[in-house]
Design a binder for this molecule. Structure first.
Ligand code: NAD
Ligand code: TYD
Length: 348
C-alpha cells in the first residue's frame, strides 16, 4: 500500500510519518511537504534513509504538480495534515489560510477523486482537523462529534471549510473518508510560536512570558505521540464516513498551565524556585479569543479502545527534556523568519 502523508515535516505530521514508517515496513510512505517556516526535515533525520520512506517537496495548492504526483504513486490512502496552523498568524494573514487549508485541501481531494474515479474499494482519505471548528465553550460542556460547527478565527473557519469539503466529496462522489477533530497538541518538535514551546524557549532565554488577556482561557492538552497513535488506529479501524473527536481528558487554564511549566523549568534548569514565574507578563488579548475548548473523546475510546497513554505532568516532563537537549533544533528554527514574526506579534 502506498500512503501519502501531507505536512509530514511539521509537528504532528513528523510523529505520524515516523510511526507509520517504523510500524509498517510493507507500506510505502510518501511525505509531501512544502517546507514552510513550520516544516523541518530535521524532525525526521532518524528515518530519512528507510527504504519504505520517500520525501517529496511540493505545495498542495499546485494542482498540476499534485495531479502528477497522484498519477505517479497511485496513493491508496491519504492522511492529510498539511495546513497553516497558527491562530495568531491567521489573524494577520487570513488569505494564506484560505489558500493552503481550503484550496490546498480541494486540490488533494480532487486528485484523489480523479485517480480512483468510481472505484474507491479499499481506499481512504483521512482528514486531520481540529476541535477549534466547534467554536468556543462556556464554563461547562464538552464538544462531541454532533456539536454544530461555529468557528471564530480565520484558522478555524478555514479548517471548518476544509472539513465540509471532505464530507461533500464523500456524499457527492462516494469518496471514502474519515475526519478526526483533535484538541491542542504538545510535545517534541512543535514550532515555538504555540504556547508551550514558546514559553519553554522564553524561559530558557529569560524572556517575558506573554500571557494573553487574564490567562483564564482553557484548553484540553494532548501529548502528540498519543495523537499519532490515535491517527494510526483510526486509519486502520475507523468507520468510513465517520468523524471521531480526539482529546486529552486534560483541561488547563492557561495561567495554571504556565505556572506548572514554570515550576518544572526551574527544577530542570536548577534555578531558584519562582524565577520563571517572575517572567509572566500579561499582554493584550488575542482578538476573538475562544474561551474554552474541551473534547468528549468517548466515541473513539468506546469504539476503538483509544485513550491517552501519559499524564500531562509526564508528557510535559518529556517535552521539556526534549527541548533542553535539542537546543540546536530550537536555534535553527528560531533564526531568520521567526525573528520578524516575533517582533511583529509581541511588539505592542
Ligand atoms: P505545523 O504548522 O507544525 O505543520 C504543518 C506542516 O504543513 C508543515 O510541515 C508545513 O511545511 C506544511 N505545509 C504548510 N503549507 C503547505 C502547503 N501549501 N503545501 C504542503 N505543505 C504545507 O502543524 P501541526 O501543528 O503539525 O498540525 C498539523 C495538522 O493537524 C493541521 O492540519 C492542523 O490543523 C491539525 N491540528 C493541529 C493541532 C495542534 O494542536 N497543533 C490540533 C488539532 C489539529
Ligand atoms: P496556542 O498554542 O496558539 O493554541 P490555540 O490558539 O490553537 O489554542 O494558544 C493556546 C492558548 O494560549 C490560547 O488560549 C492562547 C494562549 N496564548 C498566550 O496566552 N500567549 C501566547 O503567546 C500564545 C502563543 C498563546
Amino acid at each position: 500500500m502506498t500512503i501519502l502523508i501531507t505536512g509530514g515535516a511539521g509537528f504532528i505530521g513528523s510523529h505520524v510519518v515516523r510511526l507509520f514508517v517504523e510500524t509498517y515496513p510493507n507500506y510505502h510512505i510518501v511525505n509531501l511537504d512544502a517546507l514552510t517556516y513550520a516544516g523541518n526535515l530535521e524532525n525526521l533525520k532518524d528515518i530519512e534513509y528507510k527504504s519504505n520512506y520517500t520525501f517529496v517537496k511540493g505545495d498542495i495548492t499546485d494542482e498540476g504538480f499534485i495531479n502528477d504526483l497522484f498519477e505517479k504513486y497511485k496513493f491508496e490512502g491519504v492522511i492529510h495534515l498539511a495546513a497553516e496552523s497558527h491562530v495568531d498568524r491567521s489573524i494577520k494573514d487570513p488569505l494564506a489560510f484560505v489558500k493552503t487549508n481550503v484550496i490546498g485541501t480541494m486540490v488533494i481531494l480532487n486528485a484523489f477523486k480523479n485517480l480512483w474515479k468510481n472505484n474507491f474499494d479499499n481506499k481512504l482519505f483521512y482528514h486531520v482537523s481540529t476541535d477549534e471548528v466547534y467554536g468556543s465553550l462556556g464554563q461547562t460542556g464538552l464538544f462531541s462529534e454532533t456539536t454544530s460547527y461555529d468557528p471564530n478565527s480565520p484558522y478555524s473557519a478555514s479548517k471548518a471549510s476544509s472539513d465540509h469539503f471532505v464530507r461533500a466529496y464523500g456524499e457527492t462522489y462516494g469518496m471514502p473518508y474519515i475526519i478526526t477533530n483533535c484538541s491542542n497538541n504538545y510535545g517534541q518538535n512543535q514550532f515555538p510560536e504555540k504556547l508551550i514551546p514558546l514559553f519553554i524557549n522564553n524561559i530558557i532565554n529569560n524572556k517575558p512570558l506573554p500571557v494573553y488577556g487574564d490567562g483564564n482561557y482553557t484548553r484540553d492538552w494532548l501529548y502528540v505521540k498519543d495523537h499519532a497513535v490515535a491517527i494510526d488506529l483510526v486509519f486502520r479501524k475507523g468507520k468510513n464516513h465517520e468523524t471521531y473527536n480526539i482529546g486529552g481528558f486534560n483541561e488547563w487554564k492557561n495561567i495554571d498551565l504556565v505556572k506548572l511549566l514554570c515550576r518544572q523549568m526551574d527544577e530542570k534548569l536548577n534555578r531558584p524556585k519562582g524565577s520563571s514565574e517572575k517572567l509572566i507578563t500579561y499582554v493584550k488579548d488575542r482578538p476573538g479569543h475562544d474561551l474554552r475548548y474541551a473534547i468528549d473523546a468517548s466515541k473513539i475510546n468506546k469504539e476503538l479502545g483509544w485513550k491517552p497513554s501519559v499524564t500531562f505532568e509526564e508528557g510535559l516532563d518529556k517535552t521539556i527534556d526534549w527541548y533542553l537537549s535539542n537546543e540546536d533544533w530550537l536555534h535553527h528554527v528560531t533564526s531568520g523568519e521567526y525573528q520578524s514574526y516575533y517582533e511583529k506579534q509581541y511588539s505592542h
